[in-house]
Design a protein around this ligand. Sequence first.
Ligand code: RI2
Length: 320
Amino acid sequence: MSLYKTAEKIQTMEIRGAGKIARAAVEALKEHDRTIDPASLADYLEEMEQAAGILLATRPTAVSLPNALHFVMNSVRKASSLEEAREVLRSRADAFIETSTTAVERIGEIGARHISDGDVLMTHCNSQAALACILEAHRQGKEIEVFATEVRPRNQGLLTVRTLNDAGIPAHFIVDSAARYWMNDIDLVIVGSDAIAVNGAVVNKIGTSQIALAAHEARTNLVVAAETYKFAPRTILGELIEIEERDPEEVLPADVAGGLRYVTVHNPAFDVTPAEYVDLIVTEQGAFPPELAYLIIKDYLGWDIREFQKTFEIDHRDQE
Ligand code: RI2
């Protein structure tokens, strides 16, 4: 699939889920490398920076996307010959895909430890990382049930209940606004994440923060399952995570909205759950309280923040 096709599929959410977006973007860089024939290292770098920029511009919130592109491109930029740059691009892309896939499996193993036999869970949206924990707990023979929200406007909850159904896990499909109604029956809320800030705030599908609030009130624990590349290094520098505002037509068709002269339809795709409503973040490196987000960015993500800043200053300039 061409770079442009992948970018389009990410934008339209045919390819979706923070982890999948990251892997698809890296795969697209590899594919783009196969289709070009640059004369020099400089030409190659220019071409690949542009490609990374196109992918980066598809969806602004999931930090897995810039983190994955950074993981590959930062090494490519250091190459001293065209051959080396191309070789580095392919090997770093493969390494990211491999690491990312293994991370989700590992999160499943670690997250399942926090699910007990007999638990009734609630999840929101469709997260591979959160589902990995639920599926692993089920595989271990724990008897669990899952309440899954519908997830307006794109209905990702249907994907979640299909997966649960295929695994033979009893599931309850509810509208988003019913989360608090059921909360007293829930033992544990488990969700994924698109981005985690240095202060432990979790950005996830719109509606997550309302569920977190209801869980907090009911003293129900909330666990976030997220690979370390979902942590946002630039929040250390004080930068806020941009919340994607999608087409209002996803919420209300234009022919209906068009007739409502005084009505504005809003469609933010994500919201922010403060760290105080998050009990645990399960990563492939272990389970941490949200207060340790800084440590994860510095020690586990392992990137020099100054280098990261420099990299993205260059990317920003390219976008202007
Ligand atoms: P995994 C999704 O975003 C959801 O918000 C989900 O919780 C998150 O990505 C993480 O998904 P969208 O692409 O990486 O549906 O755990 O907007 O699969």
